[in-house]
Each structure stands twice: as C-alpha cells, then as structure tokens.
Design a protein around this ligand. Structure first.
Ligand code: SAH
Length: 204
C-alpha cells in the first residue's frame, strides 16, 4: 500500500534536495503511513508535518531527509535521538545505521509506547526507546557518534554534547521563537554551523 506515493515523494525530494543514495534508500524503505494516526494516513506522503497526538507533530519528510544528510550517517554509527514522537525519524535513521544503533528518548509515555509498537511492526524493533527527559541524553548508552534533537531548545543540552564522541556531530533546531537548524561538530569545543530557519515543537 502507498508504494507509488512513497516512491514519487522520494523522487521529488532526491531531485530538490540532492539527497545521497543512502538517504533516498531510507525514505523509499520506511512506510511513513504506518507511523501516523489513521485519521491522517492519506496525507502520509505529502511533504508536510502531521499531528501525532499530545499536541506533537511528525516533521515533514524533507526535514527528516535534510537532517539525515547533515548528520553524515554511516552504517554502524551509534545515534542518540531526542524526541521519538511516532518513531518515523528514528526508523529512517535506523535504515541507514542499523536499528540496534539507534537510541531515542521521548518525554511522553503514550508516544513512546506507540512508537515502540510501530517500530516492532515495521521491522525496526531493535531501536531502543526510553521515556525520560532528553536533556539528560542516555548516559548508559553513551558514547554516540551522532545526536539530534527533533524539538527546539535554546541550546544543545550539556549532557547530550558530553555524550558525543570527539569528532562526532550534534544537530537540532535552536532558539526560542525564531529557530535555526544548527550543526555542531565536537572537536574539543563545539564548532557550529547554521543551516537555515526551521520550525519545530519546543523541548519540554
Ligand atoms: N522525530 C519525531 C518527531 C517528534 S516531534 C517523529 O518522527 O515523529 C518532537 C518530540 O519531542 C515530541 O514527541 C515531544 O514529545 C518530544 N519531546 C519534547 N520535549 C522532550 C524532552 N525534554 N525529552 C524528550 N522528548 C521530548
């Protein structure tokens, strides 16, 4: 179901965003319609954010694609995600690095529970999901090669930066009100680059 729609969306994004083969393959593979609520399933392959409950939203596919590119993911990278939501973005990451290497923290119990179920059902059951405050990262599973936030914070949480390996990357929307997608490369210090205006739900 929805295979043609998914392929067409992927083709459009590949052309528009000049996506790598790895990112394209992930978008082509992960069934976004399985992750969104039944009521908005028909819209799963439109390039727009969708409501997923608890006042939260799943990011638009192009944003997931752009973040996947900016993280320069390779198979085997250990990745920390802050904000599991419905689990779609975690599944896309898992499609690139391997599900057993993805560790995701979600604030809302109900969302984490639903995400786990969907990840299981779609073949990404090895993704680890924990309920908690993403500001603390996941110390027991550190160090990570990559970390990203799917909710906006005033700055990268200290604990998250600490849990990244030297040479690793952290990515996320920063700012209260106006948000900018920022990528930090950890070389002792965090070297920051800005990647445009974005709009995400706030980190709690
Ligand atoms: N990546 C998600 C998008 C989720 S939207 C997806 O593919 O669906 C952002 C998510 O961050 C929401 O689910 C929200 O509940 C969660 N969130 C907000 N503050 C958080 C915090 N402090 N710790 C962990 N998760 C948080």
């Amino acid at each position: 179901m929805f295979e043609r729609e998914r392929e067409q969306l992927t083709e459009r994004l590949v052309r528009r965003e000049r996506l790598s083969e790895a990112t394209a393959r992930a978008l082509r593979t992960v069934p976004r319609h399985e992750f969104v609520p039944q009521a908005v399933r028909e819209d799963a392959y439109r390039d727009r954010p969708l409501p997923i409950g608890e006042g939260q939203t799943i990011s638009a596919p192009h944003m997931v694609a752009i973040m996947t590119e900016l993280l320069e993911l390779s198979p085997g990278h250990r990745v920390l995600e802050i904000g599991t939501g419905c689990g779609y973005h975690a599944a896309v990451t898992a499609a690139v690095v391997g599900a057993e290497n993805v560790f995701s923290v979600e604030y809302y119990d109900e969302l984490a529970e639903a995400a786990r179920k969907t990840l299981d059902r779609t073949g990404y059951g090895d993704v680890s999901v924990r309920v908690g405050d993403g500001k603390e990262g996941w110390p027991e599973r550190a160090p990570f090669d990559r970390a990203y936030l799917t909710c906006a914070a005033s700055d990268f949480p200290d604990a998250v930066v600490e849990q990244i390996r030297d040479g690793g990357l952290v990515l996320g929307p920063l700012g209260n009100g106006q948000q900018t997608l920022v990528r930090g490369r950890k070389n002792g210090e965090l070297e920051r680059e800005q990647h445009g205006r974005v709009r995400f739900v706030p980190l709690r």
